[in-house]
Design a protein around this ligand. Structure first.
Ligand SMILES: C[S@@+](CC[C@H](N)C(=O)[O-])C[C@H]1O[C@@H](n2cnc3c(N)ncnc32)[C@H](O)[C@@H]1O
Length: 315
């Protein structure tokens, strides 16, 4: 089985349980071109695959190769996505009662699937969307403008470092399928930045994301790869069942970038929760959004799939 032409460079050696930082966001075009010239091999189950095409998700280069922002709009058919945005909308609803004027911050809006929905549902709430990739940031601004949605300010920048002026800090932060595009070290930097420069004291942070099976002490790179096959296999099967072929294709790419450890750093809920603890965050609510308890998945696994977390910062 070969990955599609557009797959990222090979598996970086990241194993579950190990913290590996891959700085993927500031690579220059030259670095990318140099990397492209280097054939590499990827350890996969039972075979070695030679890859030559490097791509970065979240850099100023194109996201997954050939994946336009228009393609990316199909992410809204990803299993668990709708439940995730409903979860976040419910939290914004509560917040607008409490702090009507506080902005809501989104980290990594991508093509703006969740952004657009929130902008429509909460037209009076100021939304701040921090997007690293300039192509996506432009697309999002233009798309929202065309639809007459002017309550969203798109900030092109890295959510690890962007600082909001004190009067503009957000009363709630959220990220949908974006946090796992930061490495564990980058996630710590993002959490710190939320505490110091993005959110007002007492603000909650909501994360909706994908999590892999947890192999515990057995974890090896091979099982890490297998975890991607299992998780994404379920999502791809679900998309195909529903006739969302572009969503299935996006997930196929996401699976390979995760296996290769480039700009896609999914982990298990257990290890993620350890990261949260390290960052001084506590889980005030956690919900599995996909698969549902009675769902028929290609491969049945526990504690993996799509989860929503509500997080509060320890004082
Ligand atoms: C999977 S997409 C987001 C999907 C989107 N939230 C949705 O609902 O369809 C992840 C996005 O996070 C962005 N991203 C990655 N690292 C980032 C960072 N450090 N700061 C801001 N955005 C980042 C990527 O450029 C990409 O657009």
């Amino acid at each position: 089985m070969r990955p599609p032409q557009s797959i990222l460079p090979p598996y970086s050696g990241q194993a579950i349980g190990r913290t590996v930082d891959r700085t993927v966001n500031n690579s220059s075009a030259k670095t990318i071109a140099q990397a492209a010239a280097q054939p590499r091999t990827t350890p996969l189950i039972g075979q070695r695959i030679t890859r030559t095409t490097p791509l970065l998700f979240g850099s100023n280069s194109k996201a997954y190769a050939g994946v336009t922002p228009e393609d990316y709009l199909h992410m809204r058919h990803h299993a668990g996505w709708q439940a995730g945005v409903d979860y976040i909308a419910a939290a914004i609803q509560q917040l607008t009662g409490a702090h009507a004027k506080a902005p809501v911050l989104e980290m990594g809006p991508g093509a703006g699937n969740a952004t657009e929905l929130m902008a429509k549902r909460f037209p009076k709430t100021p939304l701040l969307a921090i997007e690293l990739d300039t192509t996506y940031a432009h697309f999002l601004s233009e798309n929202l403008g065309k639809q007459g949605m002017h309550n969203v300010k798109v900030i092109t920048g890295d959510a690890q470092h962007v600082a909001l002026p004190p009067g503009q800090k957000a009363g709630l932060g959220f990220a949908v399928f974006s946090l796992t595009h930061l490495s564990p070290v980058q996630r710590q930097a993002f959490f710190n930045n939320c505490r110091q420069h993005l959110l007002i004291p007492g603000a909650q942070l909501l994360i909706v994301d994908e999590f892999l099976p947890d192999w515990g002490p057995l974890a090896t790179p091979t099982l890490h790869t297998l975890g991607h096959y299992i998780h994404h296999g379920n999502i791809i099967a679900e998309a195909l069942r529903q006739g969302h072929f572009k969503t299935a294709a996006l997930e196929w790419q996401a699976m390979w970038s995760g296996i290769q450890g480039r700009a896609d750093f999914k982990t298990s809920t257990r290890l993620f929760e350890a990261e949260l603890k390290q960052a001084g965050l506590r889980v005030t609510h956690k919900q599995q959004l996909y698969p549902a308890a009675d769902a028929k998945t290609l491969v049945p696994v526990t504690e993996s799939g799509v989860y929503a977390y509500t997080l509060a910062f320890n004082p």
